[in-house]
Write a protein of this length. Structure first.
Length: 275
């Protein structure tokens, strides 16, 4: 069975796939435009980032918040058996395409692995374990089979199961706030009582969530870029990932799930109390 340790990026075993395969545009997240399949100018010959220690200062906070969830090393070492796209240019295009597929599968693995830790979802554990095993099997397909895979259909089946998990996990919160897919960009949600809320797929870019209660909230796919989580309580939040935390703002008073790490760029001191 897949473990959380296997779902963390190991750049030393990858070929810089996240620095080559995706496209990005000059914005608040990236300092430059880069087309898909073209190496970032900061990618070194050893496949490491030349400005990794200063990504945020150099205008690349999107890179510092990105995590392939272990898909990079899976594609590099398992799918392509350690073959290097620079030394074997013919592997480049299928490798980059496979990375996009495996990244989605590894995200599903992350959610399924978390779901299996949720006691209220115990009645669904057999289904979850089956879905996890099947998803893990798919990540180990060869390049051709991966590119032929209908990954969207598989994700829909997994997501339907995760919706049921979320309902069971949030049942004890005592309220049914539903902001699924809501546009809450820049919203003032200071001290909001969002315990057990369904915020799946919501846009909370730049939202003010200082002091908010997000315990047991479903945050699957929630866009938290630039959201202010100072003094917020995210303990027990469901389906929150490290990249989401890394893209947000917090402080020493932000309470995070024990399975995730406090982002190093967050201040180590509490900010002034809310007014």
């Amino acid at each position: 069975m897949t473990t959380r340790a296997e779902l963390r990026a190991d750049c030393a075993r990858c070929f810089g796939l996240c620095c080559v395969a995706p496209a990005f545009s000059a914005s608040a997240d990236f300092a430059i435009d880069k087309p898909a399949g073209k190496p970032c100018p900061n990618l070194r010959p050893d496949f490491r980032c030349g400005i990794h220690a200063t990504l945020r200062q150099r205008g690349f906070p999107g890179c510092s918040a990105y995590d392939c969830l272990g898909a990079g090393q899976k594609v590099a070492q398992v799918t392509f058996g350690g073959r290097d796209w620079r030394r074997e240019p013919g592997t480049a295009r299928p490798m980059f395409a496979a990375f996009a597929v495996v990244r989605q599968l590894h995200e599903a693995l992350w959610y399924l692995t978390e779901a299996l830790t949720l006691e209220p979802a115990r009645p669904l554990h057999p289904e979850l374990a089956g879905a996890l095993d099947e998803t893990d099997r798919l990540t180990r397909l060869g390049p051709g089979a991966l590119l032929a895979l209908d990954v969207a259909a598989h994700r829909r089946r997994v997501d339907a199961l995760l919706v049921r998990v979320s309902e069971l996990a949030r049942d004890g919160a005592g309220q049914t706030i539903d902001h699924t897919g809501a546009d809450l960009v820049g919203a003032d949600l200071r001290s909001a009582r969002l315990r057990g809320a369904n915020l799946r797929g919501a846009l909370l870019v730049g939202a003010d969530l200082r002091g908010g209660d997000l315990r047991l909230a479903d945050l699957l796919g929630t866009d938290l870029r630039g959201a202010d989580l100072a003094e917020a309580d995210l303990r027990g939040a469901i389906f929150l990932t490290q990249p989401q935390l890394d893209a947000a703002k917090g402080d020493a008073g932000t309470r995070v799930p024990v399975s995730l790490a406090r982002p190093p760029h967050w201040p180590r001191r509490r900010r002034r109390p809310l007014r």
